[in-house]
Design a protein around this ligand. Sequence first.
Ligand code: RB5
Length: 147
Amino acid sequence: MKIAIGNDHAAPELKLAVKAHLEEKGFEVIDKGCAVGEKCDYPDAAAAVCREITEGGCELGILICGTGLGMSYAANKIKGIRAACCSDYFSARLSREHNNANVLCFGARVVGEGTALDLVDIFVDTPFSGDERHQRRIDKITALENA
Ligand code: RB5
């Protein structure tokens, strides 16, 4: 599976840790974030990662900024993206099981590396339940994109 990852200047070190962790798990990681010492605006990284999902063959994305919030606001503006900003494991799991989220966002100023790696593991290892009632609600979210 291909996973896209992006970050702003608040999170290059945590991005590198997440990237290495995903590669160790056998994922191909497409890095659209900025490097240590660079400055960048989180909407640009969010757009680049989401494009890898909607057009580039990536199944999931990970976005890290200071809080995870700006990344999630930007990502959720893009058609086909359901971005979940999570700092707890229950939300990370349910974002996949119930909401079929395709992007996980979190904040490098909110969670430490251990929690971040666990959030990533839960997110990438949990499938969508496929339950009809959850799919119906997701379809209603998708309909809002064209409302
Ligand atoms: C950048 O300083 C900061 O605003 C950004 O990383 C993020 O927390 C925005 O939501």
